[in-house]
Design a protein around this ligand. Structure first.
Ligand SMILES: *Cc1c(COP(=O)(O)O)cnc(C)c1O
Length: 407
């Protein structure tokens, strides 16, 4: 990957073009039957998002329901350890425990405005499913969530939450019965119900306009950072922005307002699982090659003859064989630097944050925290790290792998 100094002179643009591409990545590779749906979404999403009435409704819900703005917290003991100033953007304090609710509420509002009466979603660990079921309960829409049956079995609490919220959870038994298969099943459902149904995708993946739509709905994260930082640091940009990437939505949200600000370097943490070259990883940007997955041209983990390689990470939210096209492009042109973090490094970083700051992070966010150890910071550096979610959902994993105090 690129050296951090490579991107300071000129900032390549990371914005989407008129055809829905970031450089060579993106586009909409979809079955014929969905063309009308995706085109309708493409035609209306920008206008709707920019409509003052939509913005008012969305922002009111983000404030009064989700609990925004989330704090930008100076983590003093963590900063001392790394010899710089580290701020945590506390997405873990959002209602439902992560950044995913920002996108779910925005898309369900958008669907209502498009006259849709039925919402479908895919989910891996269940975080996006819970966020979508929450938004549907709030706005009184029917909700169906597709989830691999392996994930249904290992994420019972989130399955029960979705059912309590009124959603129908459909276990998917095709393929490896995990996230990738749940996406395929959701797309199949959408093909059967194109008129009344909106598909709420949970990350900056899928056919255009989804990556841009989700990035815009999550951009509230960086707009808040930009508004919060001046009072603390006398300038509105950090030297480093750090985030974990699964599909890339919390990273896109945390970076969005800084895409054309080369002084804000972007560091991304992807999941190396048991090691980049162990055969058990989800380090898509390190290992991927160009291909098409779930309607977008991007980097994906595939065999020489184009079969998708099953990804692995201890963290279900990072366990995806593709990557959002924005991030594939940003990495390729050197706008971001991508670090691969193993399960073990993430677990250690989660334990460390817990003891230094009294915050138990999600395993996904712990990958971003582990990236701090891979970098040498200068004393004056201002680092903003997106703490994408809280660790409640990962307690079983922590108890299994960490020496937790039994007293
Ligand atoms: C789902 C999830 C992620 C990964 O998704 P992105 O779209 O890459 O942000 C990261 N952190 C948490 C807490 C999640 O729930």
């Amino acid at each position: 990957m690129k050296n951090k100094n490579d991107n300071t002179s000129s900032a390549p643009t990371i914005q989407i073009d008129a055809e829905g591409y970031y450089g060579e990545f993106g586009g909409a590779y979809i079955p014929e039957i969905l063309h009308a749906n995706v085109e309708a979404l493409e035609k209306t999403y920008r206008e709707t998002l920019d409509d003052p009435a939509f913005q008012r409704e969305f922002n009111n819900l983000l404030t009064d329901y989700v609990g925004r703005p989330t704090p930008l917290y100076l983590a003093r003991r963590l900063s001392e350890k790394h010899g710089c100033k580290i701020y945590l953007k506390r997405e873990d304090l959002n209602h439902t425990g992560a950044h995913k609710i920002n996108n779910a509420i925005g898309q369900v509002l958008l669907a209502k405005r498009m006259g849709k009466t039925r919402i479908i979603a895919e989910t891996g660990a269940g975080q996006h499913g819970v966020a979508t079921a929450t938004a549907c309960a709030l706005m009184n829409l029917e909700c169906v969530v597709y989830m691999g049956s392996v994930d249904v079995a290992r994420q019972q609490l989130n399955v029960q939450k979705m059912r309590m919220l009124g959603a129908t959870v459909v276990p998917v038994t095709s393929g490896n019965m995990t996230l990738k298969d749940a996406v395929n099943e959701a797309i199949r459902d959408w093909c059967c119900h194109p008129a009344d149904t909106h598909y709420v995708i949970g990350s900056t993946v899928g056919p255009h306009p989804y990556p841009d739509l989700v990035a815009r709905l999550q951009s509230v994260i960086s707009l808040e950072i930009k508004a919060q930082l001046p009072a603390k640091e006398g300038r509105d940009y950090p030297d480093y922005l750090i985030a974990c990437v699964g599909g890339g939505s919390n990273a896109a949200g945390a970076a969005y307002a800084y895409l054309n600000e080369p002084r804000a370097r972007i560091l991304l943490a992807e999941a190396a699982g048991k090691g980049i070259h162990s055969g058990e990883s989800a380090a898509t940007i390190h290992l991927g090659s160009v291909g098409i997955i779930h309607g977008a041209k991007t980097l994906l983990m595939q065999t020489a003859d184009g079969q998708i390689i099953e990804p692995y990470s201890i963290s279900a939210g990072l366990d995806y064989p593709g990557i959002g096209p924005m991030h594939a492009h940003a990495a390729r042109v050197g706008r971001s630097e991508v670090l691969a973090i193993t399960d073990e490094e993430a677990l250690a970083a989660a334990a460390e944050l817990t003891r230094l700051e009294g915050i138990i992070p999600a395993l996904e966010s712990a990958h971003a925290l582990a990236a701090l150890d891979k970098k040498q910071f200068a004393a004056g550096d201002v680092v903003v790290l997106c703490l994408s979610g809280r660790g409640d959902k990962d307690m079983d994993t922590f108890l299994k792998h960490l020496p937790v105090n039994q007293h």
